[in-house]
Write a protein that binds this ligand. Sequence first.
Ligand code: GTP
Ligand code: MG
Length: 303
Amino acid sequence: MPARSRLDELRQAGKPAFARALAEIEAAPWAPATVALLDAAHAASYGRVLGVTGPPGAGKSTLISAIVQGFRADGLRVAVIAVDPSSPKSGGALLGDRARFAFDPEDDGIFVRSMAARDRLGGVAELTWPAVALARALYDRVVVETVGVGQSETEIRDLADRVLLLVQPASGDMLQFMKAGILEIPDLVVVGKADLGPPAERAFRELQAALAHSAGSAPPVHLVSALEGQGMAELFALVRRLLASADGPPEHPPRWLEHWVRERYGRIGCACFRTFRQRFPDDGPFTLLARFARCFEAVLPPR
Ligand SMILES: Nc1nc2c(ncn2[C@@H]2O[C@H](COP(=O)(O)OP(=O)(O)OP(=O)(O)O)[C@@H](O)[C@H]2O)c(=O)[nH]1
Ligand SMILES: [Mg+2]
């Protein structure tokens, strides 16, 4: 079946079909039909992507549940992709399925998939890129949850149109984030669990003060309680506005391509890729990756 009609069929068929398509991508990422489907999705992309990152247990999934309800109330269809930090040894999720969302399973307008970030702690899983590409052609909004432990923040920056960093009161996160320069990445910073009272307010004031002294334009800071709703209306209004004003369909080639190549083939692979891609300017991103993988792996010694 031509990739375009497959995409149309997926649009009609709802959640189980999308889940099956993701399983196929996972099983045969370089199959010609997979590559064609993903490039068709990339070309037909319309959804906007919100990345939500922050330390373990900060309340990301709870906040995402609340934001998704807001999107649904706006009549938007939403896909949520949660990347679990995984154990480098077992390759499995560290704490089982950490995606704790409160969604109505009967609602066909919300799709949820959690995936293990295989090779390291935090960051984006290899399947996240194709999953987001496909989701952008099927859903109005795509929310990606990642556990922020340093390097992953830059990955989410390239994958998402807008990035929300969630921090936990009284955790010392702020100091760490400032040192690591992570506060430059998000479009907005949220201090969660406002219902905890004074520690949350203190964290909020500290963050505002820190950002006021930072060079360049500082992201706005919000204090919210996703559990009790405090500050959520204002936050949602901002998220809605930020996504609506995002640049629209991803640029070509997408920024995440080089991340993917570097992740898989290292710095040398990335340097080769830069030259390689110039020879195939008309390739869709997934066709280009498949072509590169074929060539690059052909010259590598067998593993
Ligand atoms: N008091 C309070 N607790 C919250 C709030 N939001 C989340 N929590 C609690 O914080 C804990 C972690 O919440 P999650 O939403 O699973 O956090 P997470 O950041 O997605 O966690 P991981 O995915 O495991 O990194 C749970 O026990 C939540 O009930 C909040 O607004 N107030
Ligand atoms: Mg979570």
